[in-house]
Design a protein around this ligand. Structure first.
Ligand code: FE
Length: 374
């Protein structure tokens, strides 16, 4: 129902949208209803149209962002960008799937200039769907290491999140832990919690394992995980971490920032973080890291403003704040991490290009299905 209201509001924005047909609105509504919400612990995502910011590009240089990031966390940074550059920013917030469906439906009529979303798998999908154009920025290329950028320059990472192992320190010693693959060992039978395989985060993790270890070995690992499950798969990472805290399971895999949010609420939250795949040897591929990132919309009519905003978000000025606003790691090297992140210790990251998470996404989804990972 909310999505229908959104669709109606699109028509109200201006004559630019009057050509949207009822069929397109129906498709938008369906696309919206089929999406699950990404985060459990954040306020409901709502569309925000800042009054006073004209959507009509002819009258100004407003940069319109379609964002799946938490509006309350991103808005203060965007205000700072506007203050520094004089470029007004308009923020439209929704989940990644509905935003991409909307960009498809709006086509050349879109008011959007920038797509801001999480996971290289989602950014890659946006590129595949023809929604983005090359960023072409020397500033971004020098600020962001190549492995966190699209191989065809269609998007760039702006912050990092580690997807790693969490455990109950009352029952598990860190010396018992090592790799994602080790969680398939029968010693973890009835002790492992996993989030649903429908979530892009797990698709990206499995895609990276296929890249490192091949499909055959990865399928064996995923089957082992499924055999070790202590409970049905969780709908989100927060519930998974709470299941470890409550004793329902002893180990699990989750994104680092969800843990950071729980520690913010309760510094004594009884779960510990373990950096997976460290050390030496063929399994020591480094901990899986993914990005939040941005791309310039193919049909943007303010490409220059869009590029400036992405460059600014990748700069020294913004990187620390952008990353720490949601307990993430900066993508630019040499930027200070927050105290909480430093307290988790340093770790070796997986070095493969994050584009691979998208390239192998379909393969990963099929593999998890064959392995019985729901
Ligand atoms: Fe998330």
């Amino acid at each position: 129902m909310v999505k229908l209201q959104e669709a109606n509001s699109i028509i109200k924005i201006g004559t630019k949208y009057s050509m949207l047909s009822a069929a397109v609105i129906g498709a938008l509504a369906l696309a919206g209803c089929n999406q699950s919400t990404e985060q459990a612990n954040t306020p409901a995502k709502t569309e925000q149209k800042n009054e006073g910011h004209a959507t009509d590009k002819a009258s100004g240089d407003t940069v319109t962002i379609y964002s799946s990031r938490n509006e309350q966390l991103i808005q203060p940074l965007l205000d700072e960008f506007t203050k520094e550059t004089g470029i007004p920013v308009e923020l439209v917030t929704d989940d990644s799937g509905p935003l991409m469906a909307r960009l498809q439906a709006e086509s050349t009529n879109t008011p959007a200039d920038v797509l801001l979303t999480v996971d290289a798998g989602n950014l890659w999908q946006a590129g595949q769907q023809g929604l983005l154009q090359p960023i072409k920025s020397e500033v971004v290329n020098s600020n962001v290491p190549e492995k966190y950028r699209s191989v065809d320059d269609l998007w760039t990472g702006l912050s990092l999140r580690a997807r790693t192992i969490f455990y109950d320190p009352a029952k598990v010693q860190p010396t018992e832990l090592s790799t994602y693959a080790d969680l398939a060992d029968p010693k973890w039978k009835g002790k492992l919690c996993l989030r649903t395989s429908k979530k892009v985060y797990n698709q990206s993790l499995v895609a990276s394992m296929i890249e490192h270890f091949g499909a055959k070995k990865t399928e064996e690992i995923v089957k082992g995980w499924v055999a070790n499950l202590a409970a049905p798969v969780s709908s989100n990472d927060t519930k998974l971490l709470e299941a470890i805290a409550s004793g329902q399971c002893q180990v699990g895999i989750a994104n680092s920032y969800y843990y950071g949010r729980l520690l913010d609420e309760n510094p004594k939250f009884p779960v510990k973080i373990f950096w997976a795949n460290q050390g030496e040897g063929p399994e020591a591929t480094g901990t899986h890291v993914n990005v939040s990132g941005a791309g310039i919309i193919k049909n943007s009519d303010n490409v220059e403003g869009a590029r400036k905003l992405i460059e600014w978000l990748s700069s020294d000025t913004a990187q620390g704040k952008y990353a720490s606003s949601d307990k993430e790691f900066p993508v630019k090297e040499g930027i200070d991490e927050s105290d909480m992140l430093r307290s988790w210790g340093s770790f070796k990251q997986d070095d493969i290009n994050v584009s691979i998470f998208g390239q192998r996404q379909a393969e990963a989804v099929q593999l998890m299905d064959r392995a019985g990972y729901e």
